[in-house]
Design a protein around this ligand. Structure first.
Ligand code: SAM
Ligand code: SF4
Ligand code: SF4
Length: 338
């Protein structure tokens, strides 16, 4: 099968699916309470793609070259019986990797069922180990210990190596970097530092709050010497380093300071079935309308194929060149999935 390529010859390999727009946290960099407060209208259940509809979409995109699915949100573990969806996706021919990104609060109780259903991997977002800083990064009173239990449970059932994602904001949690590195050194978990991104329009992002990955490498390397590792596979977005003393690996996702658009093979789908070809897109393509019409699988496949062929997104690369034509309206991370 000839690979389906976009305008810049990038194949379609991964699909990130947001299974809900709801969340049990209110990280100000993602879902600030002032916007996502009590009065916010989340999607009614009837608007969410059902597990059957999601599985059909995955079958269709698998035929176009997708082999990796990541379930995200909002908080994906708030979607009831998510393990049932995982089991259905695990049956789709061509899908060989099903991953989950979660804030970890509900992970301890779900890890075994998810593993049994066929989940391959889990990434847990955790921005600090200091309870006070954790609360300000997540704007919640939920106990940090529950996330650590979730990570342990994922490890114990074999959803390993668990990846830990830490978004770093200057002046908020940048002084937690070394503590986090120390905690996850010599463990089976891989810590990855993520540059705070200007995704969406509600988080009032400012460039001076971004701590460039290079600064974090320097900070950690000064304490525990590091060595850069070669790129491990196509579409890998993190640059990886190993501790010279043998304490394991860490990764950096430098989407702001060193964009990786040229290797971006990822499509995203919101919980109500809109397909996005970039995290920073302003408009999605309404797959749900077609899924709920009498369109055949072939027609749906052609629709996605045309969307991907026309794809010319390279937002972060253009941002890096300070291109003034950046779209002002951008979809929110909690809607489209991180
Ligand atoms: N609720 C789940 C979680 O937090 O893991 C899944 C959805 S969340 C939108 C996915 C990832 O996006 C998380 O790792 C989160 O830290 C990251 N994220 C959200 N907003 C971000 C931003 N403005 N910049 C960088 N990463 C962000
Ligand atoms: Fe929720 Fe994840 Fe966004 Fe935090 S980053 S508000 S946990 S969706
Ligand atoms: Fe991919 Fe868009 Fe991010 Fe570039 S900005 S890496 S095209 S999602």
């Amino acid at each position: 099968m000839r690979p389906l390529l976009d305008h810049y010859s990038r194949p379609l390999r991964d699909l990130r699916i947001s299974v809900t727009d709801r969340c049990n946290m209110r990280c100000p960099y993602c879902m600030p309470k002032e916007v996502f407060g009590r009065g916010f209208a989340f999607m009614p259940n009837s608007e969410l793609l059902s597990f059957e509809e999601l599985t059909r979409v995955c079958r269709i995109v698998a035929e176009l070259g997708v082999s990796k699915i990541r379930l995200t949100g909002g908080e994906p573990l708030l979607r009831r019986e998510l393990e049932r969806l995982v089991a259905m996706l695990a049956q789709v021919h061509g899908i060989d990797d099903i991953a989950l990104t979660t804030n970890g609060i509900l992970l301890a109780s779900k890890a075994q069922a998810l593993k049994d259903a066929g989940l391959s991997r889990v990434t847990v977002s955790l921005d600090a180990l200091d309870e006070r800083v954790f609360h300000s990064m997540s704007d919640t009173r939920l106990p940090l210990a529950r996330i650590l239990e979730g990570i342990d449970a994922a490890d114990a059932v074999g959803l390993s190596p668990v990846k830990i994602n830490m978004v770093v904001r200057r002046g908020v949690n940048d002084d937690c970097v070394l503590d986090m590195a120390e905690y996850f050194r010599n463990s089976s978990r891989t810590l990855r530092f993520i540059e705070y991104m200007d995704v969406g329009t509600t988080n009032e992002w400012k460039l001076d709050e971004v701590v460039p990955a290079a600064q974090i490498v320097e900070m950690i390397g000064a304490r525990w010497p590091l060595q850069a590792l070669p790129v491990s596979r196509d579409g890998e977005v993190a640059s990886r380093y190993r501790y010279l003393d043998g304490a394991g690996e860490i990764g950096f996702i430098h989407s702001v300071s060193e964009p990786f658009c040229s290797g971006c093979t990822r499509a995203r789908m919101s919980a109500d079935g809109k397909l996005y070809t970039c995290l920073f897109a302003s408009e999605g393509h309404d797959l749900r309308a077609r899924v709920r019409s009498d369109a055949s699988d072939e027609e749906l496949g052609s629709y996605v194929r045309e969307i991907w062929r026309a794809r010319s997104d390279r937002y972060s690369a253009e941002r890096a060149q300070l291109n003034p034509t950046m779209p002002p309206k951008r979809v929110e991370m909690s809607y489209i999935g991180g």
